[in-house]
Write a protein that binds this ligand. Structure first.
Ligand code: NI
Length: 221
């Protein structure tokens, strides 16, 4: 049995055939799915999807790309959503200094506020870290009571060691099949099996030889 620990079935790429795809994915042996969110709308959709399917769970939160839409109200929504038993983590939260779709100061502030919420609500977190390794580490070190996973891990083996020593998990996607995946493979080498999370990040990051096509959880196997 497979657990896709990070998927986006709420994405519009699945609008035409969402239920059919989820059915096929489940029949193929994927018996658990964590559907990750990135803003208000996707959090609401993820909760609705998790209420429709017993094997789908949800994260709620504001992705660094969408940090600019985070407000005081968002905090109240996260508090309220986290009382739902199908909501199991706050995420994706973090920093993305590759695309910079929100101002870096805003990304930092919104990341820290959601880490504070995770601490207050005793929720694990799902981290999105792209080209911001040092700063992500600096922030999570300030919250020793918060645990979680680095999704689509792209840091060094040395950084992986520190994350593992804090009791966290590392998520790996189909990106480990790409030609430039050397660093991720080095991190996997030092990661104990029970700390590796497998994930698709679908509809993104389909593995070779399907790279560029729409991804779904069947590619886990
Ligand atoms: Ni994702």
């Amino acid at each position: 049995m497979y657990f896709d620990t990070h998927a986006h079935y709420t994405d519009e790429d699945f609008d035409a055939d969402r239920d059919e795809t989820i059915k096929q994915v489940n029949e193929s042996g994927v018996e658990l799915i964590m559907n990750a969110s990135s803003d208000f709308d996707s959090s609401l959709k993820a909760i609705a999807l998790s209420e429709k399917y017993p094997f789908i769970y949800a994260t709620v939160g504001w992705h660094p790309h969408d940090a600019k839409t985070f407000s005081e109200e968002s905090e109240q929504y996260i508090r309220q959503w986290c009382t739902n038993s199908k909501v199991r983590a706050i995420g994706e939260i973090g920093l993305d200094f590759y695309y910079d779709l929100s101002e870096r100061d805003v990304q930092r502030e919104v990341f820290i506020r959601q880490m504070e919420l995770a601490s207050e609500l005793k929720m694990p977190v799902v981290i999105h870290d792209r080209d911001a390794h040092a700063e992500c580490m600096e922030i999570i070190r300030k919250f020793p009571d918060v645990k979680g996973a680095f999704h689509c891990y792209s840091g060094s083996a040395e950084m992986a060691n520190e994350i593992l020593s804090m009791g966290w998990y590392l998520g790996f996607t189909g990106a480990i099949t790409f030609k430039n995946a050397r660093r991720a493979l080095e991190a996997i080498e030092i990661c104990p099996n029970d700390r590796i999370l497998i994930e698709t990040d679908c509809p993104y990051l389909a593995p070779v030889p399907f790279r560029g096509k729409r991804n779904d959880s069947r590619y886990l196997s």
